[in-house]
Write a protein that binds this ligand. Structure first.
Ligand code: PLP
Length: 404
C-alpha cells in the first residue's frame, strides 16, 4: 500500500468514527509553531545574523525593522519598545498630562489600555462601545467629555478599526489628544468618507502596538512600538523610552527603559513581509466561520464596518439566548474544550468592574452594552494556519452544541 492510499484509507475509517481524520493537527487558539516552520530558514538566518553581529541592543536589526514598519504603515516615526503596555504608557507620558487629568477609553478592552492610565495617576473614564463593532461609540464619547478630559484612547478591538473619522472630529473640536491602541489591528486599513485610506495606528496623534507572540505581527517574545507623524512628539517618545536622555548620561525628563531587542526586531522584520498574507489568511478563516454560522438563531457573527478591513485578531461570536445567554455561552466554551477545541472569553470582566479601579467609583457607571457583550462573547481559534478540516471540525462542534 502506498502512503497516499494508506492515508486515504485511514481518513475514511476515522472520519466515520469521529467526523475528523486521524491526521488532523490539534486545534489551537494560535498556531505559531506551524507558522514558524514555513518561514524557518528566513527567520533562522536573520537570528543568526544578529548573533554573529553581537549587536543585541539597539542594533541594525532594530533600526531596519523600524524603517520597514514606518514604510509599511506610511508614518514618519516608529519607535520600537519592549511591549504594547509600555507603548501606551510612554505615549501618555509624552503628552505631559497631570495627575487627575481624564483619559477616555472603553471599558470593553484588555486591561493594559486602562491600567497605564491609573499607573500614571490619571483618571480613567470609561466609555460605551458600539454593539456592532465592539469599539468606542463616538456618540457616547461626546457624553463623557468634561473640562478635565485631555486624551482619548480608542481600541481597535479584535482587529477591527474604531470609527476614527468621527473620533478625530470630536477630538479636534475639544482639543484632545488621540492615542490609538492598535495592539490587535496591525495591518488594518481605515477608509475615510472621501475614499482615502490610512493604516490604523497612524490616524491619531500617537499609535501604540504590541508584538506579543499571538498578535497578527507577533515576535518570539515581547515587543511593542509607538508611531507618530509629529517630529517633536517622536523626539519626546524616543527620549522617554530611553531613560529620558537627550544624549548619553544627560537625562532631561523621567523616563523608563523600554527596548525592543535586536533578535525580536530581526524576526519581526521577516514576519512583516508576510503580514498582509497572514491577515488575508485570517480573513479567509473568518469567512469560513461566517458561512457556517449564517442565519443561526443563537449566533451573531462578527459585524464588519464598511470603513475597516477587519484583520481578525480574534473571531468573536455573540451567543444569544435571552437571559440564558451567559450560561449557553459558558456551556459552549466547556463543550468545545471537551472536544479539544480551545475558545476564549475576551474579556470576562470589563474595566469598570475591575477591583483595581474601585477607588474611581466606576462600578456603578451604567454600561449596558459592555455588560451585554461580556455575557455573550466567545472567541474561536483564529490564526494563519487553520485548514478546512480543522474549520469543519470546529464549526460542526459549535453547531452540534447549539442545535435547537
Ligand atoms: C488591546 C491591547 N492593548 C494592549 C496590549 C498590551 O500589549 P503587551 O502584552 O505587549 O504589553 C494588548 C496585548 O494583549 C492588547 O490586546
Amino acid at each position: 500500500m502506498t502512503l497516499m492510499t494508506f492515508k486515504t484509507c485511514m481518513t475514511s475509517i476515522t472520519k466515520t468514527q469521529h467526523q475528523t481524520s486521524f491526521f488532523m493537527r490539534p486545534v489551537q487558539m494560535v498556531d505559531t509553531k506551524t507558522q514558524y516552520q514555513k518561514i524557518k530558514s528566513e527567520v533562522d538566518g536573520a537570528v543568526v545574523q544578529v548573533m554573529e553581529s553581537s549587536a543585541f541592543i539597539n542594533g541594525k536589526a532594530v533600526h531596519d525593522f523600524a524603517a520597514d514598519l514606518s514604510a509599511y504603515l506610511g508614518i514618519k516615526h516608529v519607535i520600537p519598545c519592549a511591549n504594547g503596555t509600555d507603548a501606551l504608557q510612554i505615549a501618555m507620558m509624552a503628552l505631559d498630562l497631570q495627575p487627575g487629568d481624564e483619559v477616555i477609553t472603553p471599558s470593553f478592552t484588555y486591561i493594559a489600555t486602562t491600567e497605564v492610565i491609573a499607573l500614571l495617576r490619571l483618571t480613567p473614564v470609561f466609555v460605551e462601545v458600539d454593539p456592532g463593532t465592539f469599539c468606542m461609540d463616538p456618540s457616547e464619547l461626546k457624553k463623557v467629555i468634561t473640562a478635565k478630559t485631555k486624551a482619548i484612547v480608542p481600541v481597535h478591538l479584535y482587529g477591527q478599526s474604531a470609527a476614527m473619522e468621527e473620533i478625530m472630529a470630536i477630538a479636534k473640536q475639544h482639543n484632545l489628544y488621540v492615542i490609538e491602541d492598535n495592539a490587535q489591528a496591525i495591518g488594518c486599513d481605515y477608509t475615510f468618507a472621501d475614499g482615502s485610506k490610512k493604516k490604523t495606528g497612524t490616524i491619531g496623534h500617537i499609535g501604540a502596538t504590541s508584538f506579543y507572540p499571538s498578535k497578527n505581527l507577533g515576535a518570539f517574545g515581547d515587543g511593542g512600538a509607538i508611531f507618530t507623524d509629529e517630529d517633536a512628539l517622536a523626539g519626546k517618545l524616543r527620549m522617554i523610552a530611553n531613560h529620558g536622555q537627550s544624549r548619553r548620561y544627560y537625562h532631561d525628563v523621567v523616563g523608563c527603559n523600554s527596548r525592543l531587542d535586536s533578535v525580536q526586531a530581526a524576526i519581526l522584520g521577516i514576519k512583516l513581509k508576510h503580514l498582509d498574507k497572514y491577515n488575508s489568511a485570517r480573513r479567509a478563516a473568518a469567512e469560513y466561520y461566517d458561512k457556517a454560522f449564517a442565519n443561526h438563531p443563537k449566533i451573531r457573527t462578527p459585524f464588519r464596518a464598511a470603513y475597516s478591513n477587519h484583520v481578525f485578531h480574534q473571531y468573536t461570536l455573540l451567543i444569544e439566548d435571552g437571559s440564558n445567554s451567559a450560561q449557553l455561552r459558558n456551556g459552549l466554551n466547556e463543550y468545545l474544550a471537551g472536544h479539544n477545541i480551545p475558545s476564549m472569553i475576551y474579556y470576562p470582566v470589563p474595566g469598570h468592574r475591575q477591583k483595581m479601579f474601585e477607588h474611581f467609583n466606576v462600578s456603578s457607571v451604567s454600561m449596558p452594552v459592555t455588560d451585554w457583550l461580556t455575557e455573550r462573547v466567545i472567541s474561536l481559534p483564529i490564526h494563519t494556519e487553520l485548514d478546512d478540516e480543522q474549520l469543519q471540525f470546529i464549526t460542526a462542534k459549535v453547531l452540534e452544541f447549539l442545535k435547537s
